[in-house]
Ligand binder design. Structure first.
Ligand SMILES: [Zn+2]
Length: 499
């Protein structure tokens, strides 16, 4: 259990002889050290669940510490030791020279079972995640009824069919669910909940301030590990803008019109209001998918005054903008916005205003997305977990954004906020052996096949991205595209009980 593990910083991080590695290893230097087909040699390593192995000579990205050339010894699903020149009798040596080794990525924002049965999504979407470096996900479960009747079954689906570890966030949309929050917390170890200040017509109801306050008070009463996640947009401003635009532009030909229907100031206003309400109740609050410069401006002010407030953005908002003439398959709520908004998000990451990066992944095929319909009728959402890590590596590298800071926001930071650190989100002795091995110079064109989701399209499709995961270590097993098909029956994700 996460709570039983003690955060521990090994001595060698303080020693001067530890080889510190610059943020991005120069291409030529990294390149020379890479054996021609390392990912193929990794694929051969198997059945190492119980025998110890050592990942040798990788550039290890240790959250809050930096990047060091270190060896990592792994046994029985855990990291046993991290240090220089490790050796151990009987241990298999796996060279990862020239590669970065990062903690398994945590995507704190994933939807499953929206356009198809959960039984299908839980297999295909966790496969997409695992093969692309995401080893843990925060799954938004939403029902209109009590969750007490369904949680046992959902947890057993996770235990039996998921390739990733999963913790659950529960949507709270009515009085009954609100009253049952303490039961969800005590029986199932669920510490995070969500409300939508702006829902999706016909699917998710908008909440009013009085209900929001009730939810906040209830969650605050659970204790310091509980947190309320909020979709912050003022729904009346969104509805007003939408109605006007539908009249003026009944058949839009660009996603710009969709962006205008969710004005950035609707996000800013809702962040301001919910932050204010949260401070009256003392609740820990986490804003999902921040998308705009105006929203960030308010976030910056609120963050200064409240230690219990966190902000998430998503990889699509960080890597895409309207100037790219995006197809209708990129329709999202909140929308992908301007280049200026995109830049403000990177600045907010650098300045510590944004705490985490998720995806808001929702698997849908082009047919389910209804891409040929009128833009107003196309459902928001897209598959994003499969392109999460490579798209961010590519963008960060091109803009020289520090790799260590990027990885911190994708691993340790969400792990801490959602109560799974240091079992997840870092690579200290005692942490779960969930790691990703990244080739910083590997160039590949993003395709739905690589994303490996059920969906027949992916974000960044056809774009050449630099920097890809070549292997994922999940619970102490090295998993590559080459060995996944062979070994998949024995790869098991787990439900992460918290609290
Ligand atoms: Zn979402």
């Amino acid at each position: 259990m996460p709570s039983s593990k003690i955060p521990f910083t090994p001595e060698y991080f303080k020693k001067t002889r530890t080889k510190f590695v610059p943020e991005w290893v120069p291409l030529s230097r990294a390149d020379k050290k890479v054996p021609a087909a390392l990912h193929e040699s990794l694929a051969g390593e198997q059945g190492m669940e119980n025998t110890p192995f050592i990942l040798k000579g990788g550039n290890c990205v240790i959250p809050y510490k930096g990047i060091f050339r270190l060896d990592i010894m792994i046994q029985k699903g855990s990291i046993v030791s991290v240090g220089e020149d490790l050796s151990h009798q009987g241990a298999t040596i796996v060279s990862v020279e020239g590669k970065y080794v990062i903690p398994g990525v945590i995507d704190p924002h994933v939807h499953l079972g929206i356009f198809t049965d959960l039984d299908i999504d839980i297999v295909t979407e966790t496969r997409s995640a695992l093969l692309n470096g995401v080893t843990t996900m925060g799954f938004y479960l939403l029902s209109q009824d009590s969750y007490l009747g369904i949680l046992d079954e959902i947890i057993s689906k996770i235990e039996n069919h998921s390739f990733c570890d999963i913790f659950i966030h529960l949507g709270i949309v009515n009085q009954k669910q609100l009253e049952e929050i303490p039961l969800y917390y005590s029986r199932y170890g669920i510490t995070s909940y969500k409300t939508w200040m702006c829902g999706i017509p016909g699917l998710i109801p908008d909440v009013e301030d009085d209900f929001l306050l009730d939810v906040m008070e209830k969650i605050a009463s659970l204790g310091n590990d509980a947190v309320l996640n909020i979709h912050a947009e003022n729904y009346r401003i969104v509805n007003r803008a939408t109605n006007k635009l539908k009249k003026a532009t009944p058949v839009p030909n660009s996603l710009t019109v969709w962006e205008q229907s969710h004005p950035a100031f609707a996000e800013a206003e809702a962040v301001q209001r919910a932050s204010w309400l949260a401070r009256q109740t003392g609740v820990r609050i986490y804003f999902v998918h921040m998308s705009s410069r105006q929203g960030i401006r308010v976030a910056t002010e609120q963050k200064r005054e409240n230690k219990n407030i966190y902000f998430e953005t998503t990889s699509p908002y960080l890597t895409l903008n309207l100037e790219q003439n995006l197809k209708f398959s990129y329709k999202m709520a909140p929308p992908i916005r301007t280049k200026d908004d995109q830049e403000s998000l990177w600045t907010a990451l650098a300045e510590g205003v944004l705490d985490t990066i998720g995806t808001d992944h929702t698997c849908m095929s082009l047919e389910e997305k209804k891409v040929n319909a009128n833009l107003w009728d196309i459902p928001p959402g897209y598959p994003a977990v499969g392109t999460h890590l490579p798209s961010l590596l590519d963008e960060a590298k091109r803009t020289s954004f520090p790799l260590s800071l990027l990885i911190e926001k994708m691993t340790a930071s969400p792990a801490k906020i959602f109560g799974v650190y240091p079992a997840k989100g870092t690579m200290l002795p005692g942490s779960d052996a969930d790691l990703v091995i990244i080739d910083p110079v590997l160039e590949k064109v993003a395709t739905p096949e690589i994303a490996a989701s059920r969906s027949d399209y992916c974000l960044h499709e056809g774009e050449k991205l630099i920097g890809w995961p070549v292997a994922t270590v999940k619970s102490g097993r090295i998993i590559t595209r080459e060995n996944f098909e062979r070994d998949k029956d024995s790869i098991k994700g787990h439900y992460l009980r918290r609290g």
